[in-house]
Ligand binder design. Structure first.
Ligand code: ZN
Length: 210
C-alpha cells in the first residue's frame, strides 16, 4: 500500500504515562482518539518538510503507526487486522493546541495541518509481542530526543484496535498512530530528524518554516 491509498488516519493521545504527565495532562482511563486528514501525510524519506511559521511552537511526536489490512469486526483475531507498521511523526502546533484545549475546541487546527503526518517506510508487522519489546528512537540533529517501547503504552495494540474498530470503524487502508513517548519538544529551522526502529533508520527528514 502506498501512502496515497491511506484512508482514515486515527491517532491516540496520551497513550504513554510519562508523556501525558510532561504536558500536565491526566492519564486517561479510555483511549483518547482524534483524526487527521489524509492530506497530512508526507513521506519521511530524506526530504524537507514544510511547517507553518508564526503560529508558535511546532512539536515533534514520534509514534508507532499501524496499517490495517483487514477490516475489524467483533471477534476477529486482532493480529489478523494489522498488515504493516511504520514510525511516523504526529507534528503538533502546541501553542495553538493549548488555546483550543482552553476553549474546549477540536484539535484539527493544531494536529491536522498539511504535512503534519510525516511517515517513514512501511515494515512488515512483527506481531504485538515483538512490537512490545522493540525500542524506537527519534534522533534530532544526531542526538536522542525520544526513546519509546510499545510495552509502555497505556492501551496496547489489541485494545486500541478493538476500541477504534468498535466505535468508529477500521477498514483496509486505515492507519493508526498509537501515541508518543516522553521527550516531545519544539522544532527549529533546519532540524534534521531521523527515526530508528530497533536501531535501523526507517525515516529521515529535515524541517523548514514557511
Ligand atoms: Zn501524538
Amino acid at each position: 500500500m502506498s501512502n496515497n491509498e491511506v484512508r482514515n488516519i486515527y491517532c491516540i493521545g496520551r497513550n504513554y504515562r510519562l508523556h501525558a504527565l510532561e504536558l500536565g495532562n491526566e492519564v486517561p482511563d479510555e483511549p483518547l482518539v482524534f483524526t487527521k486528514p489524509s492530506h497530512a501525510i508526507v513521506p519521511m524519506a530524506g526530504n524537507v518538510v514544510s511547517l507553518p511559521a508564526n503560529v508558535g511552537e511546532v512539536h515533534f511526536e514520534l509514534e508507532i503507526v499501524l496499517r490495517i489490512g483487514r477490516a475489524y469486526e467483533p471477534g476477529i483475531d486482532i493480529e489478523q487486522c494489522v498488515d504493516g507498521m511504520a514510525l511516523g511523526l504526529d507534528l503538533t502546533l502546541r501553542d495553538v493546541q493549548s488555546k483550543l484545549k482552553a476553549k474546549g475546541q477540536p484539535w484539527l487546527a493544531a494536529k491536522g495541518f498539511k504535512g503534519s503526518a510525516p511517515l517513514g517506510e512501511w515494515l512488515p508487522y512483527p506481531g504485538a509481542a515483538a512490537l512490545a519489546e522493540t525500542e524506537f528512537v527519534l534522533l534530532r540533529n544526531g542526538e536522542e530526543a525520544q526513546l519509546g517501547k510499545a510495552s509502555d503504552m497505556l492501551f496496547g495494540v489489541a485494545e486500541l484496535i478493538q476500541y477504534v474498530g468498535e466505535n468508529y470503524g477500521l477498514g483496509e487502508g486505515d492507519i493508526l498512530y498509537t501515541g508518543t513517548p516522553a521527550g516531545v519538544a519544539a522544532l527549529h529551522e533546519g532540524d534534521q530528524l531521523q527515526a530508528l526502529w530497533a536501531g535501523k533508520p526507517v525515516g529521515r527528514c529535515s524541517v523548514t518554516f514557511v
